[in-house]
Design a protein. Structure first.
Length: 202
């Protein structure tokens, strides 16, 4: 009986030791993973800011491998793909970002821009609307959604979004560029169309 109690006691001690051993090494793995994620994320962001998008993608991919359940690396990698005009890849990563953090309105917005570039206007409208559900004052989403409504002939919706966007944009540094360049000469045809049609219905 005593032998049995000692045996069980020793087995419990061994089990506790092994559990502690596993926890120790698993926590080290987590810490190492987090350290690698931070290192590669920061490098990726730096390359992104320097417009070195391929190098940014390389480092952000390593960050994602280290910690695949953190949204920020997906967001910056998507933005790098966007700058390289690889819009389908950008959409995939923006989608992953919002699946992890559904409150990141920038991911919704830039996924909308990616869909817009691919002329997937209904998807773009849905993305801009999702961005506005998260952040009702994000005036760029109103602006670009209004642009699509205009293209689709939904003038009342377009006018409403332009007016709402303009109200929300006041105080923004980009406000004048988007809404007040009435006499701009150095803008492309698409931009001229936006301004002209907004002025028509203002």
């Amino acid at each position: 009986m005593i032998f049995t109690k000692l045996y069980i006691s020793n087995q419990i001690k061994i089990a506790v030791f092994l559990l502690a051993f596993l926890i120790f090494f698993s926590s080290n793995d987590v810490n190492a993973s987090n350290a690698n994620y931070a290192k590669y994320l920061n490098k990726g962001k730096q390359y992104y800011m320097l417009h070195m998008y391929n190098k940014a993608i390389d480092n952000l991919s390593k960050a994602i491998t280290s910690s695949p359940n953190k949204f920020l690396a997906y967001y910056y990698r998507a933005s790098s793909y966007f700058q390289l005009k690889q819009f389908n890849k950008a959409i995939t990563d923006y989608s992953k970002a919002v699946s992890i953090d559904a409150n990141h309105h920038f991911s919704f917005f830039f996924r909308g821009l990616s869909n817009y570039r691919l002329k997937k206007y209904n998807q773009a409208v849905s993305d801009y609307s999702s961005a506005l559900k998260v952040q009702r004052t994000y005036w760029k989403a109103y602006y670009y959604r209004g642009l699509i409504y205009f293209k689709q002939g939904e003038l009342k919706r377009a006018i409403n979004d332009y007016i709402t966007g303009k109200k929300q944009a006041r105080g923004s540094r980009e406000y004048k560029w988007f809404f007040n360049q009435r006499n701009a000469t150095n803008i492309n045809d698409e931009a001229r169309e936006r301004y002209t049609n907004y002025i028509m219905y203002e």
